[in-house]
Ligand binder design. Structure first.
Ligand code: NAP
Length: 260
């Protein structure tokens, strides 16, 4: 299937590794040129070179913390203030116990996993509307539909972003701008490794045992891959996704046990 986005330009945030990298790879494979971001400069540069070499598109790496105004300013400058496609992503908040979290912990989570994405939409979506075409995918979490108690900071911040997207996605669809959220269940990335380590330490079991225990909760009995996640992202960013508005697509191997 031709996704119809060859020659478009995308910003993919937090994309040197993991799910963001999967989205960047899949968009590049469709002929989309990229600005990609992450904090660690060396890994980001290496990712940009590898993606560009594999897919023959321009990939500009912009190192910086996307949850800061400076970080967002740097990517927007590299884009000249315009993009056809925006993939919002950032590292997730740490796990913990709700009794221990203070105001600063909540504000950091809300800044990182809610306000950062909103701020980039505010910067880029008006231009998409003016030009009559745009796509935004926000990487949120399965925790939006089924809360994960130790990730209460994530549950909170991502619920706020989901509410914002529900409203504006319906307002800008008439201008050809399509906004949706992708909700990862457990995927094999560094983030999943660190959550597995947390389970192993808490329960006094090995890392392999912790992984096997979490895999047993998924109907596919496996973790998702960044490549498959990226393919879903590329589809939502495509010409073909023009009638999919304000949806929350859960990619979790069937782990959430619901009928609809
Ligand atoms: P990951 O493997 O740890 O990769 C995170 C990527 O984001 C890296 O490239 C990292 O590079 C970059 N990054 C992190 N914080 C950043 C920041 N403040 N500014 C710019 N770049 C940043 O994580 P992932 O598994 O792909 O997860 C991506 C998102 O999906 C997270 O919000 C996570 O909570 C959520 N999620 C993941 C899963 C899962 O199973 N993997 C499940 C549910 C939700 P640097 O460290 O160099 O900045």
């Amino acid at each position: 299937m031709d996704l119809g986005i060859r020659g478009k330009r995308a910003l993919v945030c937090a994309a040197s590794k993991g799910l963001g990298r999967g989205c960047a790879e899949a968009l590049a494979a469709e002929g989309v040129s990229l600005v990609i971001n992450a904090r660690g400069e060396d890994t980001l540069r290496a990712a940009a070179q590898a993606i560009s070499a594999a897919h023959g598109v321009e990939v500009i790496p912009v190192a910086g913390d996307i949850t800061t105004e400076d970080g967002r300013g740097a990517v927007l400058e590299a884009l000249g203030g315009e993009a056809d496609i925006l993939v919002n992503n950032a590292g997730g908040p740490p796990p913990g116990n709700w009794r221990d979290w203070g105001r600063e912990d909540f504000l950091r989570a809300i800044e990182g996993n809610m306000l950062t994405a909103i701020s980039l939409m505010q910067a880029l979506v008006p231009g998409m509307c003016d030009r009559g075409w745009g796509r935004v995918v926000n990487i949120t979490s399965g925790a939006v539909r089924s809360p994960i108690p130790v990730l209460g900071l994530s549950n909170t911040a991502r619920a706020g972003l989901t509410g914002f997207v529900a409203g504006i996605s319906r307002e800008v669809a008439q201008d050809g701008v399509i906004i949706n959220n992708l909700l990862p269940g457990i995927h094999a990335t560094d983030r999943a490794d660190s959550l597995d380590k947390g389970v192993a330490e808490k329960e006094g079991i090995s890392l392999d045992q912790a992984r096997a225990k979490r895999q047993a909760t998924i109907p596919t009995r496996s973790y998702g891959s960044a490549a498959d996640f990226g393919a879903a992202c590329a589809f939502l960013c495509s010409e073909r996704a023009s009638f999919i508005v304000g949806q929350n697509l859960l990619l979790d191997g069937g782990a959430l046990n619901v009928t609809i």
